[in-house]
Design a protein around this ligand. Structure first.
Ligand code: MF3
Ligand code: CO
Length: 251
């Protein structure tokens, strides 16, 4: 599938999807606390998404059973909400959510602290978020896609962490996953030339230890092979002539 260039009308719908998704994450951040289950988080997320008249894009996507991916500690992404998984003080939880508004998608992830977390966990969350911002310095017309990939990895490695390689960011629009794939590590080629109107979900997944991951027997949950903590930060971004527009953030 070719990379799609969105019209101004489509961009307007993706702005609204992103604006709503930003609020979903803010409301979930305020909901997260020790003692609740990851299924509680999913239910809350579903309710917020519905409140805004949107559809949760992950629910039943390739058979995924929930609206919000809830990945705790060494879980990288795609954790399945579970009423028996109770959040503990000191955990970190990555929440990945997608909404569809009038046929257009937005996809974003945040990692939150549950109660008081270790210094190392805080640093991991900061480095992961900042690696996204380092990457999008190259998310503009005329740059090449893999400049984003390289900038993310350089920042993460400079801080002693590693970028997961088995999962990538992606184009997004009418579909959750469109071309191109966006790796979070150096590529041999420079990749496609970015053009205004491209919309990309850029999503570094960062491990404290090695970048290797494995899948649990549920066939969804991705965990670090060495058991170290992992964080995830993602936004849906619009390429413009100038600075990128982060659609899934407010302001
Ligand atoms: N943000 C994830 C991604 O880009 C969400 C997919 S989870 C799924 O792939 F459950 F929908 F598969
Ligand atoms: Co995504």
């Amino acid at each position: 599938m070719a990379v799609t260039i969105k019209s101004e009308k489509e961009i307007e719908l993706m702005r609204e999807a992103g604006r709503i998704l930003a609020i979903v994450h803010e409301e979930l951040r305020d909901f997260i606390r020790p003692g609740i289950s990851t299924l509680d988080v999913d239910k809350k997320g579903y309710d917020i998404i519905k409140k805004f008249g949107c559809t949760p894009s992950f629910l039943h996507y390739n058979g995924y059973p929930a609206s919000i991916c809830t990945s705790v500690n060494d879980e990288v992404v795609h954790g399945i909400p579970d009423k028996h998984r109770i959040l503990q003080d000191g955990d970190i939880i990555s929440l990945d959510a997608g909404v569809i508004y009038k046929g257009y998608q937005s996809d974003a992830a945040r990692t939150w602290a549950v109660g008081e977390v270790s210094k190392e966990a805080k640093r991991l969350m900061e480095v992961t978020e900042q690696s996204f911002y380092e990457g999008i310095k190259y998310a503009k017309a005329g740059c090449h896609l893999y400049e984003i990939s390289a900038a993310i990895e350089d920042y993460v490695v400079a801080h002693g962490y590693s970028c997961v390689r088995d999962l990538v960011g992606h184009g997004i629009g009418k579909e959750l996953h469109e071309d191109p794939q966006i790796p979070n590590f150096h590529q041999k080629r420079r990749g496609l030339r970015l053009q205004p109107g491209m919309t990309l979900a850029i999503e570094p997944m960062v491990n404290i230890g090695k970048y290797d991951v494995c899948w649990l027997d549920d066939d969804w949950t991705v965990v670090t092979e060495d058991g170290t903590l992992s964080a995830h930060y993602e936004n849906t971004v619009l390429i413009t002539e100038g600075e990128p527009e982060i659609l899934s953030l407010r302001n």
